[in-house]
Design a protein around this ligand. Structure first.
Ligand code: ADP
Ligand code: MG
Length: 681
């Protein structure tokens, strides 16, 4: 048997230098290597007559040199020229600095050349083509895979290494899907699929191989999620909260009227809470749609039914904000809330832990600190995780074990089209808040190029002079030469000492200590800081209603969902707010992405567009959810397969909820090897 987990360094053609480059691409094992799929293909299998070659296209010709290579020197450069012909015409080939080709070609013998054609009148030229002897198929004569690569590793090098890897496994891979699934769905066997996805003989073969691999990938994910759900539901007996505790008691004292969506969602939660089945619910709603108050009202129900509640937020700032809003409403009902974050004193922490265990705290709000082992509740009944994309499946599970099957609500401001949410969160029931509270002003968004910087700065000054505050967001903490991105620190210096030297400027980034971050955030909230330069640490939930302008540097580096989240930091008060996206690059996709942001404030539309423009990517933060990134499936293109696979997965699970039957053994293994430690299955 072949060992797919063997280190890729033992594959032929991988030396000590290349191993590092491969590792950079997350290729560590033989398995990683052969499942490193091409992102595109180039058809080098159809030869053309020289006279038919079109200007600007890539073409394969079969032709013979009419003489040997002639060489010139131009400064330091060596230029090699070769004239070749077929029955229809001649082609003038040029290579640069390839002196070693000097004696490569024998006149009047046939070779294949593949490269970009340029035509000057009737003269056909080709620059730097790849080539083969006529009986060879190293670089031509077939469909060639193009891999996603960094510039350090050459396509031809990786191609050869993958070829070597494939010849090691050649036909010897164990089938990964059960026989009956292959048959019923008319899928290729694993050996053919893997071989042909890299080196398809024609495109129909490629399609069949891809279908099989996409099917497997999506089925594995679906089954894993459903199995997780079955695991929850097996230990039924959740908590039935009291029917005579009325959510309306809190609703009636709120300073605003809930939206229809909020009321509908609360009803769904109320029903779940009163039933004995334990609730696992995803609460989705766009930035600013008012999820916090829903959590608060649910918490009220739990506390008045005699249980404790845990609210977990990804940052200390956010947790403190929640504490504030909870207390402002719930203290009048005699409900006791506390804050547990890592920056509190040891003494205070010990005291909180003790009161928690004695049941003297009703609602504990905090950060990851809640996950620590010594945090023990008396009777935890409801767990809420805010901005759940910041937590993994595992962390959600950990906090839930601090009670006996507590009900859980995971809140997310990443709007996902419902169809997809059902699939990606197969393990959760879903509630959606799909409207914003009334009277919200649209955030005016503009996409501009670097050349406009001075005008943008002028605009910031004008806003600040009229009393507002500004965020400037950039992608990284340290200067990244390779990408030429602005770093927070460098920008801060420039903005602080030059551009905005007469304003109060500070910066905030993820590598700062929690306490420092909180301090700066506090100062920004109080208006002591006018311009806050930050990385995406401010993406999540921060509420400073006086901030009315956000500038995003290198906006093309961010995903649309992230831009949408960032933008949600402004427009939280009574002032007209603005978002300015500074971008570089000319690609059509970049332009379209910027346009989407300018055209709409609706997170659901943005998420659909993002899906369309990017396929899947990290938009869903699937990696953080504990779901490995898709290697081949594209959630947009493969929506059809996804739906089909979901049906199949449900049938399988209905018949064999824990995948214990012999015929499903392979499926169980697939899930295990793919999800490994990510999910306790
Ligand atoms: P998110 O869903 O992004 O977490 P929040 O819960 O922070 O949003 O709510 C954003 C703001 O809207 C808060 O200041 C909150 O008090 C307010 N809010 C929530 N619901 C309503 C409503 N129905 N009417 C008016 N304001 C509301
Ligand atoms: Mg929120």
């Amino acid at each position: 048997m072949i060992d797919l987990n063997k280190d890729v360094k033992y594959v032929k053609g991988v030396g000590p230098n290349r191993i590092q480059l491969l590792n950079k691409l997350k290729i560590y094992t033989l398995k990683d290597l052969i499942t490193y799929y091409p992102r595109d293909y180039e058809d080098r299998s159809n030869p053309q007559n020289i006279c038919d070659c079109e200007d600007g296209t890539e073409a394969l010709i079969e032709a013979m040199p009419i003489s040997k290579i002639t060489e010139f020197r131009k400064g330091k450069m060596t230029i090699s020229k070769l004239i070749v012909k077929d029955q229809t015409g001649s082609c003038y080939i040029t290579w640069y600095n390839q002196g070693y080709l000097r004696n490569r070609f024998i006149p009047m013998k046939f070779y294949r050349f593949f490269g970009k054609v340029s035509k000057k009148g009737n003269r056909v030229e080709m620059n730097s083509p790849v080539f083969d002897d006529i009986e060879q198929t190293k670089n031509t004569g077939k469909i060639i895979p193009i891999y996603p690569l960094t510039y350090e590793l050459k396509q031809s090098t990786l191609r050869r290494i993958i070829e070597n890897g494939l010849s090691e496994v050649n036909g010897k891979l164990d089938e990964t899907l059960p026989e009956y699934i292959l048959k019923e769905n008319n899928l290729l066997d694993i050996n053919t699929a893997i071989e042909r996805i890299h080196f398809p003989i024609d495109f129909s073969e490629y399609n069949k191989s891809r279908d099989r691999l996409v099917f497997e990938e999506l089925l594995t994910t679906q089954l894993a999620l459903l199995k997780l759900k079955n695991n929850y539901e097996r230990d039924q007996n959740g908590i039935a909260f009291r029917k005579d505790v009325k959510m309306s008691d809190v609703i009636n004292v709120l300073p605003f009227k809930l939206t229809k969506s909020q009321l509908r969602v609360l009803e769904e939660i109320d029903n779940d809470m009163e039933s004995e089945k334990s609730m696992n619910r995803l609460l989705q709603g766009d930035v600013g749609s008012g999820k916090t108050v829903v959590a608060m009202i649910s918490a009220y129900k739990a506390v008045k039914s005699g249980y404790q509640v845990a609210i977990m937020a990804p940052t200390a700032i956010l947790a403190s904000q929640h504490l504030e809003s909870f207390q402002s409403i719930l203290s009048q009902f005699g409900i006791r809330c506390e804050l547990l974050i890592s920056s509190i004193t040891k003494k205070k922490k010990m005291e909180i832990l003790e009161r928690l265990q004695n049941g003297e705290i009703d609602i504990l709000i905090g950060t990851h600190a809640l996950l620590e082992e010594n945090v023990l509740f008396k009777n935890l009944g409801l767990v809420v995780t805010d901005e759940q994309h910041r937590f993994g499946v595992k962390q959600r599970a950990t906090i839930a074990t601090k009670g006996k099957n507590p009900d859980t609500i995971a809140m997310s401001a990443t709007p996902i089209p419902r169809t997809l949410a059902l699939i990606l969160y197969g393990d959760l029931d879903i509630s959606i808040i799909d409207e914003l509270p009334p009277n919200r002003k649209k955030i005016e968004t503009y996409a501009v190029r670097k050349g406009m910087s001075e005008r943008v700065n002028q605009f910031i000054r004008k806003q600040i002079d009229s009393g507002r505050q500004a965020y400037i967001v950039c992608p990284l903490v340290e200067e990244n030469e390779e990408l030429g991105l602005n770093s927070v620190i460098e920008l801060e210096e420039k903005y602080k000492n030059e551009t905005f030297s007469d304003y109060k400027v500070a910066y905030l980034h993820g590598k700062m200590k929690a306490r420092e971050k909180d301090e700066i955030m506090e100062q920004f909230k109080n208006g002591e800081i006018q311009i806050l330069i930050a990385t995406t640490v401010i993406e999540v939930g921060v509420n400073v209603p006086n901030a009315s302008i956000m500038v995003v540097e290198n906006a093309e580096r961010f995903g649309l969902a992230q831009l949408h989240q960032l933008r949600g930091r402004v427009g939280r008060g009574e002032y007209q707010s603005y978002c300015i996206l500074k971008f570089e690059g000319n690609s059509e996709t970049i332009r379209q992405r910027m346009k989407v942001m300018c055209d709409t404030n609706d997170g659901f539309i943005i998420s659909e567009k993002d899906l369309e423009l990017r396929g899947s990517g990290d938009f869903f933060g699937t990696e953080q959810h504990g779901i490995p990134e898709f290697k081949i499936a594209n959630l947009f293109e493969d929506m059809g397969t996804l739906k089909k696979v979901q049906k199949i997965a449900m049938q399988i699970m209905a018949e064999d909820p824990l995948l214990e039957k012999e015929k499903n053994a392979k499926l169980n293994e697939l899930i295990k090897s793919k999800f490994k430690s990510r999910i306790e299955i």
